[in-house]
Design a protein around this ligand. Structure first.
Ligand code: FDA
Length: 398
């Protein structure tokens, strides 16, 4: 079949790109090997899809080329996507920190995008295995090349090919390294891949005191380098999770400790000074903020300091306890990997792409959008906003 645009991957970015391009009157074919449409949208945000964030800035994205995302994000804003939800009467609400979720399930977002694509005339082929991509380079300067895509559902040919196959996380949703392989085929570099927004593990021997405290949740500030996040942290059997840890995991580097402020709202040096005469045991005193089990386990681990009544500590010890509360250092042994990660950090090197259109500088007509690109959002709706914005940028250009 001859068409104007072939998009591989009918997830968030692919659907947005298909809709934009088809609305411009382009003949669009959308190919996906999955049986079901947009599985990651379906499972996102606990089933209610955190589809964007009211406060989107370039600083919310991680990339080896941090300015790359600016142009696309500036041209497709959260308000543009929100306008689509109003058009389709989809109810939504703001949770914390500007995060917008559907009221009645993420299926509404899938139905909306599918409806927009269908109405604009984009053709969709699901359950479609991609076998081979070949490229006929243009015969003369200024002419366009041609991409030929062989699939289990036939041959497709177009001057524009958009790769929107996402990252590696949660393989059971249909995630594959396909997009990275296409980049390699065309000589486009890949920024190192690693799981992001992922729980972290700690070596079993180091974690013994906390391994049985699964489910304990604390409001903390966790820092790594210049990044810090104040959110909840969850103790798990294997290490740490919860929003604060997922956020910092995208920045964390192997072998380095995380710095965790366990009581970020307080000045513990002052608090402990006020308790100089108290006969309360340190761990009991801390239970006004922490679950007893965590307070006891944490006090047992204090280096060179026993869990004693507060009036038995000297000034130096009180200072040390306060400093340890505000800077609990945990060195993870690793992450729980792509089966538990929400995203893949790294990806198609943005230096090879136009920030306005997502087209490859050296291969005219070839585009990469969404998570397959080396732009990764923080937790909070940013990854979908990148999928919408990069899909829109390419959809306007193909
Ligand atoms: P996406 O993964 O959506 O789509 C890729 C498509 O390509 C899929 O349909 C797949 O089947 C297809 N494909 C892959 N390989 C192929 C091949 N070889 N041949 C043909 N087709 C192929 N983000 C956010 O902003 N808010 C949230 O609430 C959440 N929640 C969330 C929860 C969970 C559990 C996960 C795993 C992830 C999130 N995310 C999120 C992240 C978000 O889902 C993700 O960043 C976007 O879906 C990326 O959109 P893409 O279109 O790039 O890839």
């Amino acid at each position: 079949m001859k068409t104007d645009v072939i998009i591989i991957g009918a997830g968030a970015a692919g659907l947005m790109c298909a809709m934009q391009a088809a609305q411009r009157g382009r003949a669009v074919v959308l190919l996906d090997h999955s049986k079901k449409l947009a599985e990651k949208i379906r499972i996102s945000g606990g089933g209610n899809c955190n589809f964007t964030n009211l406060d989107v800035r370039p600083e919310n994205f991680i990339s080896s080329n941090p300015d790359f995302c600016r142009s696309a994000l500036a041209r497709y804003k959260p308000q543009d996507f929100i306008a689509l939800l109003y058009k389709h009467n989809i109810a939504f609400h703001e949770k914390d920190l500007g995060q917008l979720f559907c009221d009645d399930g993420s299926e509404a977002i899938i139905a909306m995008l599918r409806g927009e694509c269908d109405e604009a005339g984009a053709k969709r082929f699901m359950n479609c295995e991609i076998e081979e991509i070949t490229y006929d380079a243009p015969k003369e300067e200024g002419a366009k090349g041609k991409f030929n895509v062989s699939t289990s559902r036939g041959e497709f040919t177009a001057a524009s090919l958009v790769v929107a196959t996402g990252g590696l996380s949660i393989p059971k949703t249909g995630a594959t390294p396909f997009g990275y392989h296409v980049a390699e085929q065309f000589g486009i570099p890949i920024a190192k891949l690693r799981p992001g927004l992922v729980p972290l593990s700690v070596a079993p021997d180091d974690w013994k005191p906390y391994a049985d405290l699964t489910g304990v949740s604390l409001d903390v500030t966790v820092s790594f380098g210049k990044q810090s996040f104040r959110e909840n942290m969850l103790v798990t059997h294997r290490g740490l999770s919860g929003p604060a840890i997922l956020q910092i995991s995208s920045y964390w580097q192997h072998g380095q400790p995380l710095h965790i402020d366990l009581l970020p709202a307080l000045d513990m040096a002052v608090q402990l000074d006020e308790q100089k005469g108290s006969k309360k045991l340190l761990s009991n005193y801390l239970t006004q903020w922490w679950p007893k089990s965590f307070a006891e386990a944490w006090c047992e681990q204090l280096p060179g300091i026993e869990n004693l009544p507060l009036n038995q500590y000297n000034d130096k010890q009180r200072k040390l306890i306060a400093a340890s509360i505000h800077d609990w250092q945990v060195t993870p042994s690793g992450t729980l990997g792509y089966t538990k990660a929400e995203v893949t950090c790294g990806g198609v090197d943005t230096r090879a792409l136009s920030s306005k259109t997502m087209e490859c500088n050296e291969v005219p007509g070839l585009y990469f959008i969404g998570e397959v690109v080396d732009v990764t959002g923080q937790l909070g709706g940013y990854n979908f906003q990148w999928a919408w914005a990069s899909g829109h940028a390419a959809g306007q250009a193909v």
